[in-house]
Design a protein around this ligand. Structure first.
Ligand SMILES: [Zn+2]
Length: 311
């Protein structure tokens, strides 16, 4: 007898897996890591669990919470948000006893954007989402302890967004990178900064991580940093002559051969990334608000079809 498929069962997306990445430290990996299929994490201490990020939909977060329960029955006391995007924060409300920690701009963005992602991804079974922003915030650095294990939260934005933080466990040389690293997916910086992302990757490189839990895609080593940086430099290299010629970002994206990057998931992100590169070439502040046409143009690049989302 087989049970009926879960709402989020897509033939192309395997079930999420719990992967132990260090003693008592776990990644919750949702492949294939495309739009909305993010990674989370959790650290099991002696009396409580520290959680990193939640999921896009109610159903996926409930499954994540159940998966934590399969490892530890301890209370989920602390929740860290790496940035405001819905695939990392929509499920916050399902950890009602947790202190939710994030960058101060993460709180602002969660409150102002709510469930805006639902407009970009019609057809996703969201469930009954409630907005639950971080309510302990910081601007630069904050250290959280799981017993005596240090979890260093470092602000790295603007990069993927205006409010990215990473969780660095120096004693384990382990990094929860949030969406500063997409393993196998196209980096996406339309809401952040191309130059800022490159700077953040250099800071990550200087930390010297042996294990990286990316925001999307399989757990990897620090070598993943090079692939991210190569793509972002490609965006800058493509953008400059296009900007100088006055070519609109969509037109430039359509005419661009992605080369080795064509195999990355969600290639339409090139359009949004070029919008951001143009903003920086105009000298606008890193992370400044972007023309919302960037999102409509990604759909146009995608043949006018809604963006592929398996959440
Ligand atoms: Zn994100």
């Amino acid at each position: 007898m087989s049970s009926p498929p879960a709402e989020h069962d897509h033939a192309e997306a395997p079930p999420p897996v719990v992967e132990e990445v260090g003693p008592g430290i776990f990644a919750y990996v949702q492949l294939d890591g495309s739009w909305g299929l993010n990674n989370c994490g959790f650290v099991v201490g002696g009396s409580a669990v520290t959680v990193i990020d939640t999921c896009f939909t109610e159903r996926r977060t409930r499954d994540f919470v159940a998966a934590i329960g399969g490892v530890s029955a301890l209370p989920l006391r602390t929740l860290i948000n790496t940035h405001h995007h819905g695939d990392h924060t929509h499920g916050n409300y399902l950890l009602p006893a947790a202190t939710i920690i994030g960058h101060e701009r993460c709180r602002d963005e969660v409150l102002s954007s709510g469930h805006i992602a639902s407009a970009l991804f019609p057809g996703v079974a969201w469930g009954d989402l409630e907005v639950a922003p971080p309510f302990v915030t910081f601007t630069d650095d904050l250290t959280v302890f799981s017993d005596d294990l240090r979890i260093e939260l470092q602000f790295m934005g603007p990069a993927h967004t205006t409010n990215d933080i990473v969780a660095w466990l120096p004693e384990r040389r382990l990094l929860f990178a949030g969406d500063l690293v997409f393993n196998g997916g196209t980096p996406f910086v339309v809401m952040g900064s191309v130059a800022g992302s490159l700077a953040a990757l250099e800071r990550i490189r200087a930390l010297g991580p042996e294990t990286v839990v990316p925001g999307h895609g399989a757990v990897c080593s620090g070598d993943a940093i090079d692939a991210q940086a190569a793509y972002l430099r490609f965006v800058q290299d493509v953008a400059r002559p296009g900007f100088e010629a006055g070519t609109p970002p969509l037109e430039l994206a359509t005419a661009t051969d992605l080369g080795d990057f064509a195999d990355l998931l969600d290639p339409e992100r090139i359009v949004g990334n070029l919008y951001r590169a143009y903003s920086e070439l105009r000298g606008e502040p890193l992370g400044a608000p972007i023309d919302p046409q960037a999102f409509a143009d990604m759909i146009t690049y995608n043949g006018g079809q809604p963006l592929r989302c398996l959440a």
